[in-house]
Write a protein of this length. Structure first.
Length: 123
């Protein structure tokens, strides 16, 4: 049920923002308001605490320019990974690599939201 809600929320955000993006290119060119090359970005969020692979598989990547994975948190000394696994995140390296690969295959850039939400005890 939580996964279905998150997929719905991601779709709503993506659909709402779709009107802000020209279909010519996924890359923003200029931030000048009067410049005809101005292009908006469309960002979706994929939470690391649900099935990330199912979420990306059910996301229309044609309407997104970027995906933010939320969240990856450093520990108290600033370390993000231990033995290649996220130290302070619900997402696994396998899930993150799957999402990044699928997004990049569709021309979507992937960003990581850092230290967001409720800061876990490990941070």
């Amino acid at each position: 049920m939580k996964t279905k809600w998150m997929l719905t929320a991601l779709a709503i955000v993506a659909l709402f923002l779709t009107g802000c993006r020209s279909s010519d290119s996924k890359d923003p060119v200029s931030l000048e308001e009067n410049d005809p090359k101005v292009e908006k970005v469309v960002i979706g969020y994929i939470p690391t605490w649900v099935n990330m692979q199912e979420t990306i598989d059910n996301t229309d990547l044609n309407i997104l320019t970027h995906i933010n994975l939320s969240f990856l948190n450093p520990d108290a000394s600033g370390v993000f990974l231990v033995d290649g696994e996220p130290l302070c995140s619900d997402g696994s390296t396998t899930d993150i690599k799957y999402v990044v690969k699928k997004a990049h295959e569709n021309g979507v850039k992937v960003l990581m939201s850092v230290a967001g939400g409720i800061v876990p005890d490990c941070s």
